[in-house]
Design a protein around this ligand. Structure first.
Ligand SMILES: NC(=O)c1ccc[n+]([C@@H]2O[C@H](COP(=O)([O-])OP(=O)(O)OC[C@H]3O[C@@H](n4cnc5c(N)ncnc54)[C@H](OP(=O)(O)O)[C@@H]3O)[C@@H](O)[C@H]2O)c1
Length: 297
């Protein structure tokens, strides 16, 4: 789908995207690049990175791939430094790297729980921490121009609860908390905006193929009649909004991009029945004498 944003809104900016080699992260890398940014992507699999970088370059985007694990401080530090060495500055950090798998809480080992928190939560904090010297106002490569932007890719499942995802729910809840706290501290001290995007289920992604059974894609088999899958493009456009000046007054927010799905509940009573009910209640209260319970005062 065509972007509604001007193609040069990120001209001259440099973005580092963890998990930028696949799925949602790759679409974010592509869209940031198509709107003028130079793009560095980070992940553990070198073949995935290589193919992503050549795809980005074939679109005319300046791109580089750096192998690294966000759980390792030395990797985080090296990748941030390499991004700076290659492009001369860092303006945007997108934390999209995450681990996920389905496991009931009973069957999930504490080690499995810890692994997901290490990638999603500790990894996000580590990348933010290592990028701070480059993102802060007056930081390396920035002079006295304003600070940079961080966008964390979260989720909506911890707003309520999610079956078999206690680890991911806990990890993303921490990601949201990290975002708000950094927004407060680094927004105040360093003019850095820190926000999040919380995708709903997004089609054609590794996450969906791992976590969602085929039935979820069939609207006739879900309890939510309006259920549709989002597109990777939807998430990338939301990141563009936050990363560009369009989002200059947004700080400490996590925006759900899920078509309102997290608000959805099964409709227990059909709308027509509710209309009839409320009409008859209104009629009764209109006819009741004043002072009688249920009458109008
Ligand atoms: N798909 C959805 O419907 C959905 C819904 C809500 C939220 N999200 C969020 O959106 C983001 C992208 O999800 P996706 O479905 O597109 O899945 P994905 O492609 O599997 O995204 C994970 C990416 O993170 C990288 N990664 C994983 N562990 C890493 C580590 N330790 N260090 C560095 N990189 C690491 C992976 O590359 P390597 O394996 O090569 O390291 C991969 O590129 C995630 O944050 C996910 O939680 C997705």
């Amino acid at each position: 789908m065509e972007s509604p944003f001007k193609v040069d809104i990120l001209k001259g900016k440099v973005a580092l995207i963890t998990g930028g080699g696949s799925g949602i992260g790759f679409e974010i890398s592509t869209q940031l690049g198509k709107h003028g940014a130079s793009v560095a992507i980070m992940g553990r699999r070198s073949l995935v990175l290589q193919s992503a970088v050549s795809n980005l370059q074939s679109l005319g985007i300046q791109a580089a791939g750096f192998e690294g694990d966000v759980r390792k401080l030395e990797d985080a530090r090296r990748v941030v430094q390499s991004t700076f060495d290659q492009f001369g500055r860092i303006d945007i950090l997108v934390n999209a790297a995450a681990g996920n798998f389905l496991a009931s809480a009973e069957d999930l080992s504490p080690n499995g729980f810890r692994t997901v928190l290490d990638i999603d939560s500790v990894g996000t904090f580590t990348m933010c921490h290592e990028a701070l010297p480059y993102l802060k106002k007056g930081g390396l490569g920035r002079g006295s121009s304003g600070g940079g932007v961080i966008v964390n890719i979260s989720a909506t499942l911890h707003y309520t609860a999610a079956w078999y995802q206690v680890h991911v729910s806990a990890a993303k809840a921490a990601v949201d908390a990290i975002g708000r706290n950094l927004a407060l501290e680094w927004g105040t001290d360093y003019d850095i905006r820190v926000n999040g995007i919380a995708p709903g289920p997004i089609g054609d992604t590794p996450g969906m193929s791992k976590l969602a059974p085929e039935e979820i894609k069939d609207p006739t088999k879900t309890p939510v009649p309006s259920y549709i899958l989002g597109e990777k493009w939807d998430i990338a456009m939301a990141v563009l909004y936050l990363a560009s000046n369009a989002g200059k007054f947004v700080n400490g927010a996590t925006i759900p991009v899920d078509g309102g799905l997290w608000l959805s509940r099964p409709r227990h009573v059909p709308k027509e029945v509710v209309k009839q009910l409320s009409r008859s209640v209104e009629k009764k209260s209109r006819n009741a004498p004043v002072g009688v319970p249920g009458s109008k005062l």
